[in-house]
Each structure stands twice: as structure tokens, then as C-alpha cells.
Ligand binder design. Structure first.
Ligand code: HGY
Ligand code: MN
Ligand code: MN
Ligand code: MN
Length: 396
């Protein structure tokens, strides 16, 4: 193997891994994140890539000077969802580094800079908003809002970054975007798109519109044993009604809705819930349908005396047709094209007008955001070979 994929993979595997479930807990600005960042920095230094970190903690490593001429960037993220899989994010970062290995070993001399990026906080598992790193550098979210996001313990992103030794600067740093002529993110496929096709790699066409909403359901704290049913105002029952409404509206509007995170107050086994906060994730091929479904769910929540707050929204993303077509051509013109319901930093960059596209690597389980997520070594290496071909073609 003319790259160090297997070594990098084996080094990353244990970081943040839960030995019992096999899943990962790699949240932004935690000790696990610090290990991952240090690992990435050492890998970049060993390849003589010029490493910089921007004010939201996105790590950029450059082969060549992007201030002389904007470059082609690849990479992804190293953070995870709670008990997430091993491939979601890290496969894209390691594949980009392995592609650099292959190009450096063949004596390739790029005509434009090549960048590798580790985006900060892509999953939003700790602070609640996905793709925080790419949203801030593209202006999709203000640095003030991002740095003010708090985790379940009330710690803000700014405090967490300071605790991780970062000087928190909310000033503008427009330089980052100017350095990117194109972005190609390799990612494990998070659905069944490639399973039914005899292909290891697909090219991305775009990302469904998707958003996150915070639902608050009120109730009245009371004793679980002495309060008659007719006297109860149980916030958890309201939450259950809201979740069922989400399922029905999603079905009625050809989209998907998930409530995967719930906070019950006061949280005692023998205390009737006085308040439930939960987060709705809704997505689908058609924006109007997603909006209609969320509007219906909101009416149910409001009818229960609750509130609905939009936390993030990403409109339909179509990857740059020129770049996508060129990538497909470089791969021989016949690899499958796939849209996805999963959000990615490539989608945030594309929304900001940066030419971006994706490569997906087959996941035979069709499962992601789970320890069961998987990609075979053969398909992972096919992904590196494809990414190497693409980067060589775009920078030669
Ligand atoms: O939520 C998503 O679709 C992505 O994994 N952040
Ligand atoms: Mn993910
Ligand atoms: Mn991801
Ligand atoms: Mn309707």
C-alpha cells in the first residue's frame, strides 16, 4: 500500500471508543477531541503540510501556499454523535491524508495548493448545532452565536475552547474561504444508496433540506404516587403526543422526523415531569414538505402549551455541477451519483458558493450514527484511490 491508511486507521480507532458498545464519544473541545486534534496536527507535520487553525478551531493543512492561489481541499471531521460509528468523519480525514501520501510518493507536483481539513464540531453533539465550524467560516452562523452555544452542563463553546487552550476571537477571518477553489469531501455512505449497486464509490449530487427545532413542553411537578390522573399536567405525556405527531406528519409529507434527544425535568422517577425539552430533526427531499410537516408538529406542540424554536436550517443543497461532473469524468464517467439526507460540511460550503462535492464509500450495512456503521477495507482503499485520482486531476 503506497499510503499510511491502515496505520492511521489503527491509531484513531481507540480514541473515544466505548469498549462495551463499540461506539464513539468524540465531542467538540473535550479531552478526546484534543487527542484527535493533536493526532491530526502530527500527521500533517509528518507530511510537511503547513497547519493553521481558524477561530472556530477548524484545522487546515496546506501543501503549497493558498494565499498565492486558492487550492483544492479535501477532508471531513473527527467528532462523532453519541455512540457513533468509526467511519463517519474519520474516513474522510484519513483518506485525504492517504491521498496526499500517494501523490507525494509518486513525485506529483501540484499546480495549485492541496489542502486537508478537519472541521470542528460537525455533529453538534455537545453544543447542539451541526457543522458549527463550517457555518461560522461561511457566515451561515455568527461566531457570537456559535461561541455562546452551551452544552448540557451550561458550559459555552467559548469556555470550552478557552479550557482547551484556544484564544477565542470573534473577529472576522475571511481569509479561509478565499483559500478554497474547490472542496471534495469523502464520506462513508450513511444509507443504502450504494448497497444495491455494484460500486465501491459514488459521487454526491446534493443534500436534502434539513433542520433542527427545540421543543419545550410544560407540565406541573407533582407526586407520582399521590396525584390522581385527572389532576396531572404531565409534560412527558405531552412529549409523547408531540413525537407521535412528528411521525404522522413526516409520513404525510414524504419526509423523516426524529426526536432523539430529550431532557426531562425534574428528572425524578417518582416526580411527574414539570417540563420536557426535546429536539426535533426533520429532513426530506422537498423543502415545502419539510416545512409543512414542521408546521403541523408546531401546531400540536403549541396546542399543548409548548413552544417550538428553530435551531438550524439548511436549505436544499446541490453540489457544484461543474466540479461534480469533472470529478465523475476523472473517475471514468460511470460511477453512480447519489443525493443524501445526511448533512455535511460540504453542504455548508456549497451553500456559501464554494464549489463543493462529495465522494461516498459503500457501507454494506446501510446503517450510520451507530457502532454498526461499516465500510470494507477494500472499499476504503478504493475510496482513497478515487480521491487521489480526483485531487491529482483537479490540481495537475
Ligand atoms: O446530521 C447529519 O446529517 C450529519 O451526520 N451531521
Ligand atoms: Mn454524522
Ligand atoms: Mn459526517
Ligand atoms: Mn399537511
Amino acid at each position: 500500500m503506497t499510503d499510511q491508511f491502515d496505520r492511521m486507521w489503527s491509531e484513531l480507532l481507540p480514541i473515544g471508543r466505548n469498549e462495551h458498545t463499540g461506539g464513539y464519544r468524540r465531542y467538540a473541545w473535550t479531552p478526546e477531541d484534543a487527542l484527535l486534534r493533536d493526532w491530526f496536527a502530527a500527521e500533517c507535520r509528518s507530511r510537511r503540510l503547513e497547519l493553521t487553525e481558524d477561530r472556530l478551531g477548524n484545522q487546515w493543512a496546506w501543501w503549497g501556499d493558498p494565499d498565492g492561489m486558492p487550492g483544492i481541499v479535501s477532508g471531513s471531521h473527527l467528532d462523532s454523535v453519541p455512540d457513533g460509528g468509526a467511519y463517519d468523519g474519520p474516513l474522510g480525514v484519513i483518506s485525504a491524508l492517504a491521498a496526499v501520501d500517494r501523490l507525494q510518493r509518486e513525485g506529483f507536483r501540484p499546480a495549485r495548493p492541496i489542502g486537508v481539513v478537519n472541521f470542528a464540531d460537525e455533529e453538534g453533539a455537545r453544543f447542539g448545532v451541526a457543522c458549527a465550524g463550517s457555518r461560522v467560516i461561511t457566515g451561515a452562523m455568527s461566531a457570537e452565536r456559535a461561541l455562546g452555544l452551551t452544552d448540557a452542563d451550561g458550559i459555552s463553546m467559548a469556555e470550552a475552547m478557552r479550557a482547551a487552550g484556544r484564544a477565542v476571537d470573534i473577529g472576522r477571518d475571511p481569509a479561509t474561504l478565499r483559500r478554497i477553489a474547490g472542496f471534495v469531501e469523502l464520506h462513508v455512505e450513511q444509507g443504502r444508496g450504494l448497497i444495491d449497486r455494484d460500486a465501491a464509490v459514488a459521487v454526491g449530487t446534493g443534500i436534502w433540506p434539513h433542520g433542527r427545532w427545540r421543543l419545550e413542553l410544560p407540565g406541573e411537578a407533582n407526586h407520582a404516587g399521590t396525584t390522581r390522573l385527572e389532576d396531572r399536567r404531565d409534560a412527558m405525556l405531552s412529549c409523547a403526543v408531540a413525537v407521535e405527531a412528528a411521525r404522522q406528519s413526516a409520513e404525510a409529507h414524504d419526509c423523516v422526523a426524529t426526536v432523539g434527544k430529550v431532557r426531562v425535568e425534574p428528572g425524578g422517577v417518582n416526580a411527574i415531569p414539570s417540563r420536557v425539552v426535546c429536539w426535533l430533526d426533520a429532513r426530506g427531499p422537498d423543502e415545502r414538505n419539510v416545512r409543512a410537516a414542521v408546521a403541523e408538529i408546531s401546531r400540536v406542540v403549541n396546542g399543548l402549551g409548548g413552544t417550538v424554536g428553530e435551531e438550524s436550517w439548511t436549505a436544499t443543497t446541490s453540489f457544484d455541477p461543474g466540479l461534480t461532473g469533472r470529478v465523475r469524468e476523472l473517475l471514468g464517467g460511470h460511477v453512480p451519483m447519489l443525493g443524501t439526507g445526511a448533512g455535511h460540511d460540504a453542504g455548508i460550503l456549497a451553500t456559501a458558493g464554494i464549489p463543493a462535492t462529495m465522494l461516498f464509500v459503500c457501507n454494506p450495512t446501510g446503517i450510520s450514527h451507530s457502532p454498526r456503521e461499516y465500510a470494507s477495507p477494500q472499499d476504503c482503499h478504493a475510496g482513497v484511490a478515487a480521491l487521489t485520482t480526483v485531487i491529482r486531476g483537479l490540481t495537475g
